[in-house]
Design a protein around this ligand. Structure first.
Ligand code: MG
Length: 301
C-alpha cells in the first residue's frame, strides 16, 4: 500500500512526498503517550505493558527514562515545561518536578479513587485536562486488575488549588484528547467498550465556554474507519491528526478527512516535534516512527 492516501487535494500540500516513514525504534510491547522536549531534542513515550517510559533522542539514541513507571500512559508538559503523566497502576496524574521528584496531582474525586487516567493535555491557563476510562484497571496487562470506584469521565484539574471537576461523563471510554490551537474546541476520542464490537467509537467535539471552565455540545465530530481514534493532535492551522486502525488520518475542522498516512498497523498515539514541530512522531503498536510533514504542530500539543 502507498504511504499516503489522498482523500482531498488539499492534503497534497500538507505532506512531503519524498519524506520517508522512518522506523526510529522497535520491539516494544505497546506504545503510548509521546511527548516532545524541544529543549532536550528528545521524545519521551510509554512502553505501557512493559511498565516503562522510554527516551528517544535526535541523534538516534534510545534509553529507558523511567522503570517502573506505574504503567504510564499519556503524557504532556505543563506551561512551565514539566512532565505531566497518567499512571494506570497508581490511578493518578503525576508531575515530574525539575529536580526529578514525582508529585501526585490527583488520584481521587470526592473521596473515590480515579480509574486509570489515560491521556492528558494542558491549556494556556495552566489547567490540566485528562480522561479517566477503566481500560487500565480491567486487565493485568496494562496496570493490574482493580475495581472501579467512579464512572468514566473527563476531568479538569486546577493545579493552583488542587480542585478537580468533571467536565463530561457521558462516555463509555474517553481516551485521547486535544484542544484546537485557539482553545475554543476540545476533541475527545470515545473508544467505547474494550472487548467486542462497539458502534460508539468516534471523535466528539465540545465547545469550551465560561472562560475555559466548562464545556458545551459534544456532538460526534468524526467516525474513524478502520479501527478507532485514540491519541489526537492538532496542527497550528487547526487540522486534527488522529490515530486510526491503519495509521494516521488528517481531518479538517469541519470533520472531513483530507488524507491518511498508512503505517500498515494500528496507531495508538502521536505528537508533533522536531525542528519547527513539523516532524510527526507516531506510536504504531510495537514501533516508533517519525515522518516529516509540511505542517507545524500546534504550539501547545
Ligand atoms: Mg489513549
Amino acid at each position: 500500500m502507498a504511504l499516503f492516501t489522498i482523500e482531498d487535494e488539499r492534503f497534497q500540500s500538507l505532506i512531503l512526498r519524498n519524506a520517508p516513514l522512518v522506523k526510529l525504534a522497535d520491539g516494544f510491547a505497546w506504545l503510548e503517550g509521546p511527548v516532545w522536549f524541544a529543549d532536550q531534542d528528545c521524545l519521551l513515550f510509554s512502553d505501557l505493558p512493559n511498565d516503562r517510559i522510554m527516551r528517544w533522542t535526535g541523534d538516534g539514541g534510545i534509553s529507558v527514562f523511567r522503570a517502573p513507571s506505574g504503567f504510564a500512559n499519556g503524557h504532556t508538559r505543563d506551561i512551565q515545561g514539566r512532565l505531566i503523566g497518567c499512571s494506570h497502576q497508581n490511578r493518578c496524574i503525576t508531575r515530574t518536578e525539575l529536580d526529578g521528584r514525582i508529585t501526585i496531582l490527583a488520584d481521587r474525586y470526592q473521596g473515590r479513587r480515579l480509574n486509570a487516567p489515560n491521556d492528558v493535555v494542558c491549556t494556556s491557563d495552566g489547567t490540566i485536562w485528562f480522561t479517566d476510562p477503566i481500560y487500565g484497571i480491567s486487565t493485568d496487562y496494562e496496570g493490574g486488575k482493580q475495581s472501579s470506584e467512579l464512572p468514566p469521565a473527563l476531568y479538569r484539574l486546577d493545579p493552583g488549588d488542587g480542585s478537580l471537576a468533571i467536565m463530561a461523563d457521558d462516555f463509555t471510554g474517553p481516551n485521547g484528547l486535544c484542544f484546537s490551537p485557539d482553545e475554543s474546541r476540545l476533541y475527545v476520542a470515545e473508544t467505547g467498550r474494550q472487548f467486542g464490537p462497539d458502534p460508539d467509537r468516534h471523535i466528539r467535539v465540545f465547545d469550551v465556554v465560561a472562560e475555559g471552565t466548562r464545556l458545551s455540545g459534544g456532538r460526534v465530530f468524526h467516525q474513524i474507519e478502520p479501527g478507532a481514534a485514540d491519541g489526537l493532535r492538532c496542527d497550528d492551522a487547526g487540522r486534527l491528526w488522529s490515530s486510526a486502525g491503519d495509521g494516521v488520518h488528517c481531518i479538517d475542522p469541519d470533520g472531513h478527512v483530507l488524507g491518511r498516512i498508512n503505517t500498515g498497523c494500528a496507531v495508538s498515539n502521536l505528537t508533533f516535534g522536531g525542528r519547527n514541530r513539523s516532524r510527526l512522531f507516531i506510536c504504531a503498536s510495537h514501533t516508533l516512527y517519525g515522518i516529516y510533514t509540511n505542517v507545524r504542530g500546534a504550539e501547545r500539543p
